[in-house]
Design a protein around this ligand. Structure first.
Ligand code: NBP
Length: 483
């Protein structure tokens, strides 16, 4: 009997996904460019279910039942294009190619179009949860045609992570690039979330002088509050871990340069082109960038700038109170980061003609993925009720949360600023919120400046139309340019 699904690429992600599929009763064809990897895979895992190896792409495609369904898990970029073309050579109309790699959504749009011309359904699918998730239950965000979803649904539901209420964490996001777009924003939110946790740690470490073990205990306690999430949980684990070699906290032995692979940058670049402010995500990407500016940071050390003392000189009850303020600042900033990410998805949905169900997106992020968190239940409820249509910040639950945290948020940022501890995501999130709720913004002045140096015109508060002041004329008269 033939395989009902196939996996191309048996590196970390593909191997885990193929095993997960086999564990759930699928008959799984497997292929890898270098056959030795397939042989090793079969030797180690061949007995875990029905796994059908092939040495060539032709053989692989022939081992699939119709409609043939192949999931690609290879390096994003040119390797993905190569594999798609190889598969398409042997596939027929109605077959389905799924790209589970971290593709840029514009590439997915292009690939979907090219395959559609040949009658092949191309599905760009975001897969979150890393290797462990791929093996035991990832959160998956497939795009592509409704028709392909019919075939993919039972296969993907069989391997998806299950939310606490039992719902599989997979849903059809929308046509062509919608799935990869949503996965990209998921990663952007992940950057913001991680940076917020890092800023909280820094305040406790440098500000309150706590050791990593103690801070780990604080995160473990926070994991029992609204902040209950995978990232907070693993933070406690990292902070409590000691280095085997030196016995010191492992965090002190790790070089403080954060890496990145590009999805955060894409999220920000795309947001800029859509003119959607995602300030939290952007600052998180820049913070990683700054950490990695070796020469700049070394020179800054040599300059020995005059700086305030980082220590807050708090202890006992005062320190305890400040820790709670940090928690609230983190929660408020996190709500802003999610609201901004969802705004980006909504804006892209309009531009690209995707009808994305935000409540469903929040629902499939509840398990399997890196940003899984208890409060995603609240987010899906908010979207479902329609109260988050314009922004998550206006949904009653989140509005109240922001109001409750606001004072703490300001105090933490003010304190951090006075003590020279950088909090770029805390601060930019609050600035966004303050900007948003301001009745009048200094943007009026900017319009005046633009009109003076570039005759860009402005609108008046009391009359429709476009106006320009003749700034260079002695009497600086205003003229109406258009209605
Ligand atoms: P890698 O991204 O390291 O890619 C290695 C795989 O790509 C191998 O199977 C390799 O075959 C194959 N490959 C390459 Br490279 N060039 C090829 C070509 N021209 N033709 C055919 N196959 C080619 O693997 P990964 O870490 O498992 O990730 C797979 C995908 O999943 C990536 O797009 C990644 O961004 C995405 N992803 C990864 C994670 C994660 O946590 N790692 C999470 C979510 C998504 P070979 O054996 O012959 O060299």
């Amino acid at each position: 009997r033939k395989a009902n699904v196939g996996v191309v690429g048996l590196a970390a992600m593909g191997a885990s996904l193929a095993r997960n599929l086999a564990h759930h009763g699928n008959r799984v064809a497997v292929y890898n460019r270098t056959y030795q990897r397939t042989e090793t895979f079969m030797k180690e895992h061949g007995d875990e279910g029905v796994l059908i190896p092939s040495q060539t792409v032709k053989e692989f495609v022939e081992s699939l039942s119709v409609p043939r369904t192949a999931i690609i898990m290879v390096k994003a970029g040119a390797p993905t294009d190569q594999v798609i073309n190889e598969l398409a050579e042997y596939m027929e109309q109605g077959d389905i190619i799924v790209d589970g790699g971290n593709a840029y959504f514009e590439d997915t749009i292009r690939r979907e179009k090219a395959m559609a011309e040949r009658g092949i359904h191309f599905v760009g699918m975001g897969v979150s949860g890393g290797e462990e998730g791929a093996l035991n239950g990832p959160s998956m965000m497939p795009g592509g045609s409704d028709w392909s979803w019919e075939t993919l649904k039972p296969i993907l539901e069989s391997i998806a992570a299950k939310a606490p209420d039992g719902t599989p964490c997979v849903a059809h996001i929308g046509p062509n690039g919608a799935g990869h777009f949503v996965k990209m924003v998921h990663n952007g939110i992940e950057y913001a979330d991680m940076q917020l946790i890092a800023e909280s740690y820094d305040l406790m470490r440098r500000g309150l002088g706590m050791d990593p073990q103690q801070i780990g205990d604080v995160f473990a306690a926070w994991n029992k509050t609204e902040l209950d999430s995978y990232l907070v949980e693993i933070t406690a684990e990292v902070l409590r871990k000691r280095d085997e070699k030196t016995g010191k906290p492992i965090v002190d032995m790790i070089v403080d340069h954060a890496g990145m692979k590009g999805t955060g940058t894409w999220t920000v670049q795309t947001a800029l082109s859509l003119a959607v402010p995602v300030t939290g995500i952007a600052e998180a990407v820049f913070a990683r960038g700054l950490s990695d500016q070796t020469a700049l940071r070394e020179q800054a050390q040599k300059e020995n700038f005059k700086a305030p003392e980082a220590a807050l000189h708090m202890d006992g009850a005062e320190a305890e109170t400040f820790i709670e303020l940090i928690r609230e600042a983190l929660y408020a900033s996190k709500i802003v980061a999610y609201a901004q990410g969802f705004n980006e998805i909504a804006q892209a949905g309009q531009k690209y003609g995707w009808d994305i169900d935000m409540a469903q997106v929040a629902r499939i992020w509840r398990a399997g993925c890196i940003i899984r968190a208890k409060f995603l239940n609240r987010i899906s409820d908010a979207f479902e009720s329609g109260s988050a249509d314009i922004s998550l910040l206006f949904a009653p639950y989140f509005k109240e949360a922001l109001e409750n945290c606001e004072e703490a948020w300001r105090k933490v940022i003010a304190t951090a600023t006075m003590h020279g501890i950088p909090t770029p995501v805390f601060s930019s999130s609050l600035a966004y919120f303050d900007g948003l709720r301001s009745k009048r913004l200094p943007a009026a002045l900017i319009q005046g400046q633009r009109d003076l140096f570039g005759a860009h015109t402005y609108q008046r508060v009391d009359e429709p139309g476009a106006f320009h002041t003749l700034w260079a004329e002695p009497d600086q008269k205003e003229i109406k340019i258009s209605d």
